[in-house]
Design a protein. Structure first.
Length: 274
């Protein structure tokens, strides 16, 4: 479990990125921090592994303050996946994945063998192991980034807008891969995105943020959709527009669900309505 208690972060230029933020992130679930640019979501994420130090307040992992831990081993114990994969361009894929285990003292041969298994885990052919990052597609690079994040077998995996730089088809594939990995590996995932559809797809717990990391609403996707806390949340999730404003349209072949633009989104099957 990760807990924020009255955490604030101010930068030297006077910007208050996080203002009195408190949140419990449950173990073995996916918590998604979602908000527009400037909402403090990435700052919150990076405070968990001390890439950003809080100005005030407390952050604990399983009851232990992160400030009492050396930041280097702390970071190596927490998986981290970023938007542009962050792979080291001069290392082959297999050594990118093996980097943290080797730094933690795992023999290179053992770490490389584990890296090959992780390529299997994230759905990559082992043939890519000896390639360099610039020889991979964007989607492949992101999968390698996820494999590297998992390489030290962390309990916690931080994912900072990891699929924002790939095309929509690849993004959808990677989202489904994340769901499968969570089902199979049972990690505590903290995921940052500005995309509410991605947040609702991936999150067990979704935290909608306003400026300064003020919490507008916390809940499951169903809870938030059924009962937006205020007008800001209703607008942010698009409750009256797009894919969430569905209506039934009768057709000669049965009933279909259409969005606010009249585009078909699904078909009603027998027993789905009265």
């Amino acid at each position: 479990m990760i807990e924020f208690r009255s955490v604030s972060k101010s930068f030297p230029d006077g910007t208050v990125a996080v203002d009195d933020f408190s949140l419990v992130i449950p173990s073995r679930k996916t918590t998604v921090l979602v908000g527009s640019s400037g909402s403090g979501k990435t700052t919150l994420l990076r405070m968990i592994n001390r890439m950003v130090e809080p100005s005030a307040g407390a952050i604990e992992i399983d009851g232990e303050s992160i400030l009492e831990r050396n930041p280097v081993p702390l970071r190596r114990s927490i998986g981290y996946v970023m938007q542009n994969s962050g792979l080291l361009p001069h290392l082959r894929v297999i050594d990118n994945v093996a980097t943290v285990p080797v730094l933690n003292g795992v023999p290179r041969k053992v770490a490389r063998a584990q890296a090959l298994e992780l390529l299997d885990t994230v759905g990559l052919d082992r043939a890519v192991a000896n390639r360099y990052p610039n020889q991979l597609s964007g989607g492949q690079q992101q999968r390698v980034g996820v494999a590297r994040g998992l390489a030290a077998n962390p309990n916690i995996l931080l994912m900072d807008e990891p699929f924002g730089a790939v095309d929509p088809i690849v993004r959808a594939e990677l989202q489904q891969e994340t769901i499968r990995l969570q089902r199979d590996l049972d990690k505590t995932i903290v995921f940052v995105t500005h995309d509410i559809d991605e947040a609702f797809l991936l999150g067990d717990q979704v935290v909608i943020l306003e400026q300064g990391a003020r919490i507008a609403q916390i809940g499951s996707p169903t809870e938030i959709t059924e009962n937006p806390a205020n007008d800001f949340v209703a607008t942010f999730i698009g409750v009256e527009q797009g894919k969430r404003a569905l209506s039934i349209k009768k057709t000669p072949r049965g009933s279909v669900l259409v969005d606010s633009q009249g585009r078909a989104q699904g078909v009603l099957v027998d027993g789905a309505h009265t």
